[in-house]
Write a new protein. Structure first.
Length: 743
């Protein structure tokens, strides 16, 4: 008798599955009157499945006077596993196997809670009907009503049904339908006369809609994206999803740009036992502004070969140098100068790593300062291997090796390049104790070139196969001292960590060596302890120098959290380094002083400062300062300043400031004190977050490329919790612009 009564009613889920596009937040903090169905049954739920659990029926009285009728009356409770139902009276007729309740019905399981004015059923027909239904999901905020719910076998119907993630007492948006039909076998449903209302005002009406009733991927139209900017005009994207197979799918995105025409985009994804990948393409035939076809292809692939080896590819190409300038939506995209592609096989074990790969570069900037003659060299191919092995309890031996063939395309056709082999065996003796370490290391670096085009040799060199062989001696030693201390009323553990790093590399004239990938590395705190001040193997800096560095840290004794860290260090040159990349030789007695400070003043306020000061020239080489402050209700403020002599001088301020309970002011101002276009990015907007609706309106002015003074875009997004969003994806934009926004 209890089977149709206790069976979960799938109809209650139908309206939610029709519209759920994202998981709703798990609170109604912004809601004034979060009225919802209470938890009916607070007793522990059995871990056994429903099929393994018998039905337990309790009532104040059970009437068996009539031969073919059983009546349960007075606080009737039916329970099986997680399923619980309560009503005032239940009458079961044995002959026709029908039941009917009197009084309100309350039902609860792991997924849903609901009430109904009445329930009735026919066990022979396997049917059940509920009237005056109100439901609330347990795992999200979805809730709604239905005048009548009827189920027969695996099909069912809802009449006058509603769904929303807003509480019943504050309906800021609601989805409703006159009639909903559900087929659980096909997991499909249909709705007629479906309406979306915002604040009671109809904003979307569909005479007919088909939807899934489970969380499986299905083909269909996704939420559109709408935007507008000065360069492209009105921008409308309508993604169409195609669920090809359980491990294959595709999304096609027609994109209408009023100033350019119709762009077609696609994304194809695949997943197998060992591989996964994605292919993204865009195609704009006969761009109205440029008169030519525009497009992009991106292919990302990974294959796991075994426990140690895998293969991967990241291939990218664009139709022209102005593609990212025209269609990029961030500074990171519009500032791409050279677009890289690489593919290879990679391996890693306990004491070794190895790879064989190829890398290719495409010019992707309209800046005339970038051209094929100064583009990065292709690596066709690049083979790397590293191995380290303990010789005994005190010594470690290893080797780092690389073989590369470099090529660069010429504007008039053809290419130039060369081959380089770089080997660096080493032996070290790591010694340490509880509060100290001492690591001497001896390495030998051998570099051999071959088949180098003479046009790539600096200073008119003629040796197409130069080589370099030299030792590298280093000593790294440090200690850690600790003491307990008081700072106000708080107890702290303070450390004092002196470190000494000595490096010796004899001078080797490398002025006639080609430069394939070497660049002078940015000088910062890690640079105090490097064996080479250049990246790549084309230059090995000479050195007879020592670094003395000091670090102190403060830890809260109660929590172990680091509250403050301060470091100071400098390199002293016993012999002035002579190897460079064509610039003037160094003449100072040492490097700049490098200082760093990270201070967490409270759980919601932190400060970071970096400074480099050259005592020889008495000049400030670098300054970096940042702070972040958080406060209640999601308030956030970031401020940063970056200065590097003869390079950059920029400030960056961003914020999200709660103005009222439901309103936030959001913005960013990235300003350069150098150049003709000081405003790199200016963004200002408002964010309204109410009970279950969010609205963001943002104006953004930003630099697309060196040739643009600025570009302006207006972004509007309406987000309905549990339903989806309409308009531009402003959250992704704000995540990039405002540090910590999504947190």
């Amino acid at each position: 008798m209890s089977r149709p009564v206790l069976r979960l009613l799938p109809l209650c889920f139908a309206i939610s599955q029709a519209v759920v596009a994202q998981e709703a937040p798990q609170n109604w903090n912004y809601c004034v009157s979060p009225e919802t169905l209470p938890v009916f049954n607070t007793n522990p739920v059995s871990n056994e499945t429903r099929e393994q659990t018998a039905t337990d029926i309790q009532a104040d009285s059970m009437n068996l006077e009539k031969e073919k009728v059983t009546v349960f009356e007075g606080n009737v409770l039916l329970q099986r596993s997680d399923q619980w139902m309560n009503t005032d009276k239940l009458t079961y007729t044995h002959e026709n196997e029908q039941f009917v309740t009197e009084g309100s019905v309350r039902y609860q399981d792991r997924s849903v809670r609901l009430t109904a004015k009445q329930a009735s059923g026919d066990q022979k027909k396997d049917s059940m009907s509920l009237e005056g239904v109100q439901y609330q999901f347990s795992n999200n905020l979805g809730n709604g009503t239905a005048e009548q719910a009827t189920m027969m076998a695996d099909t069912g119907e809802l009449e006058a049904a509603t769904y929303s993630t807003c509480p019943p007492g504050q309906r800021q948006w609601e989805f409703s339908a006159n009639h909903i039909s559900v087929d659980q076998k096909t997991a499909r449903g249909t709705a007629t006369n479906a309406t979306l209302r915002l604040g009671g005002v109809p904003v979307l009406w569909l005479p007919y809609i088909s939807f899934p009733t489970d969380d499986k991927r299905r083909s269909g139209v996704l939420s559109p994206t709408i935007g507008n900017d000065q360069r492209n005009g009105f921008d409308l994207q309508v993604p169409i999803y195609w669920n090809i197979a359980p491990n294959y799918d595709a999304t096609f995105t027609p994109r209408w740009l009023s100033e350019r025409g119709l762009m077609l985009g696609s994304e194809f994804r695949y997943l197998t036992d060992r591989s996964h990948g994605r292919l993204d393409t865009t195609w704009l035939p006969n761009d109205d502004l440029t008169g030519r076809d525009r497009g992009l292809i991106q292919f990302d692939h990974f294959t796991g070969i075994n426990a140690n080896w895998y293969a991967s590819a990241d291939l990218n190409t664009v139709s022209d140098r102005a593609y990212y300038s025209d269609f990029g939506q961030s500074l990171n995209a519009t500032s791409i100068s050279f677009l890289g592609s690489d593919a290879g096989i990679y391996g890693r074990g306990r004491n070794w790593s190895a790879s064989a790969s190829v890398q290719y570069w495409q010019l992707a900037s309209i800046n005339p300062g970038f051209n094929d003659t100064n583009s990065p060299f292709h690596r066709l191919p690049r083979i790397q291997a590293s191995w380290t092995n303990p010789l005994n309890s005190q010594f470690e031996f290893g080797i780092n090796s690389e073989l590369v063939r470099y090529e660069r395309d010429l504007d008039l056709g053809g290419s130039v390049g060369g081959t380089r082999v770089d080997l660096q065996p080493f032996i070290r003796m790591p010694l340490s104790g509880p509060s100290w370490y001492f690591t001497p290391e001896l390495a030998w670096r051998f570099t051999q070139y071959s088949d180098v085009d003479t046009s790539l040799l600096p200073l008119g060199g003629t040796d197409t196969s130069p080589q370099r062989s030299l030792p590298i001696v280093s000593l790294d030693a440090g200690m850690v001292f600790e003491r307990d201390m008081k700072w106000g009323s708080e107890g702290y553990l303070q450390t004092f960590e002196p470190r000494l790093y000595y490096l010796y590399v004899p001078y080797k004239n490398q002025d006639f060596f080609p430069i394939f990938d070497s660049r002078e590395l940015t000088f910062d705190w890690p640079a105090l302890f490097r064996t080479n001040s250049f990246g790549g193997a084309d230059r090995q800096s000479d050195a007879n120098q020592a670094t003395i560095a000091l670090t102190t840290r403060f830890y809260e004794q109660a929590t172990g959290r680091e509250r403050l860290s301060a470091s100071l260090g400098r390199i002293t040159y016993f012999d002035t380094p002579r190897v460079n990349l064509g610039g003037p030789p160094l003449s100072s007695s040492g490097s700049a002083w490098v200082a760093q400070l990270d201070w967490t003043l409270s759980d919601n306020w932190n400060i970071g400062v970096s400074e480099q000061w050259d005592p020889d020239s008495l000049q400030n080489l670098l300054t970096g300062a940042r702070t972040q402050v958080r406060w209640a209700n999601g308030g956030l403020f970031n401020a940063a300043y970056r200065y590097r002599r003869n390079s950059i001088s920029q400030s960056d301020v961003s914020f999200r400031i709660p103005v009222k309970k439901d309103w936030n002011l959001i913005g960013r101002w990235n300003y350069s004190f150098q150049g003709d276009s000081p405003n790199l990015e200016r963004l200002l907007g408002v964010e309204w977050k109410s009970c279950c609706v969010a609205l963001r309106v943002i104006g953004r002015e930003y630099i697309r490329s060196f040739a643009d003074k600025s570009n302006f875009g207006l972004y509007v997004e309406l987000e309905l919790n549990g339903l989806g969003s309409f308009g531009r994806d402003t959250e992704a934009l704000l995540d990039n612009a405002i540090l910590g926004y999504s947190q």
